[in-house]
Design a protein around this ligand. Structure first.
Ligand SMILES: Nc1ncnc2c1ncn2[C@@H]1O[C@H](COP(=O)(O)OP(=O)(O)OP(=O)(O)O)[C@@H](O)[C@H]1O
Ligand SMILES: [Mg+2]
Length: 223
């Protein structure tokens, strides 16, 4: 099996891809990293692998994965295209590369959140379980995030999956951060501001100074 971090979110569109790019920028000097998006729906308009390559200015992307046209949940996009995804078929996309890569640390980005279905029976949580890597949760910083983040943490822990921490995206909100740490018994690793514009330079400047300066995630998940 692999070593690395699985980046999930409390929802779609919360910032998983930007957080993944920040992880690449932050830790690539400390470990050989590779980004992987196992399932991408709406590929014509949404290509997270390409966005990570742009933002992190890296070529360390594992290009293989299930790519579907419809911008909907994986279970539905697959059905609409007359195919079926499974945890097994997703793991197959890694075959060969894991051995060849040796000590590569994988930054794996999920689709949507933890209970997003990939077929009639399996969800993203089953993929996380099969990969057996700690999970970093991208969450909004704004109202509503306490509930969504605590639900995500609870689902992960109920399935014996490891919570590496939370990255809150958007205008920092101290009370929301404290509530997540207290009620979720999880660490908020970083508060990522909205970059305007979102450029590789802006992301790198922030990641180098403010993203896990103590290296907690590195020690816990990537070493
Ligand atoms: N820190 C940020 N600064 C500026 N824009 C951001 C930031 N984080 C996210 N965005 C923007 O918000 C949108 C959603 O972010 P992102 O694509 O990372 O979400 P996601 O959780 O990966 O979504 P998906 O479920 O489609 O994979 C994108 O347009 C992205 O550019
Ligand atoms: Mg994404």
């Amino acid at each position: 099996v692999i070593q690395g971090i699985f980046v999930t979110g409390t929802d779609t569109n919360v910032g998983k891809t930007v957080v993944s790019a920040a992880l690449m920028v932050r830790y690539r000097a400390e470990a050989p990293l590779k980004y992987w998006k196992p399932v991408q729906t709406g590929i014509a308009h949404d290509d997270d692998s390409r966005e990570v390559a742009r933002l992190a200015r890296v070529g360390e992307i594992h290009e293989r994965g299930v790519r579907l046209q419809h911008p909907v949940s994986p279970h539905l996009a697959a059905r609409l295209e007359g195919t079926r995804i499974s945890v097994r078929s997703l793991l197959d996309q890694l075959d060969g590369d894991v051995d060849a890569a040796g000590d590569t640390r994988w930054i794996v980005e999920g689709a949507g959140g933890v209970l997003v279905p990939i077929n009639e029976r399996e969800t993203m949580a089953d993929l996380i379980g099969a990969l057996d890597v700690p999970v970093l949760i991208a969450a909004r910083s704004t109202l509503g995030t306490i509930n969504h983040t605590l639900m995500t943490i609870e689902v992960l822990r109920r399935r014996m999956l490891r919570v590496a921490g939370v990255v809150m995206v958007g205008e920092p909100n101290d009370e929301n951060r404290l509530a997540i740490e207290k009620y979720g018994a999880a660490e908020v690793i970083a508060e990522m501001p909205r970059f305007d514009p979102l450029t590789p330079d802006a992301l790198e400047g922030w990641a180098r100074t403010s993203f896990d300066p103590g290296g907690v995630l590195f020690v816990g998940c990537l070493r």
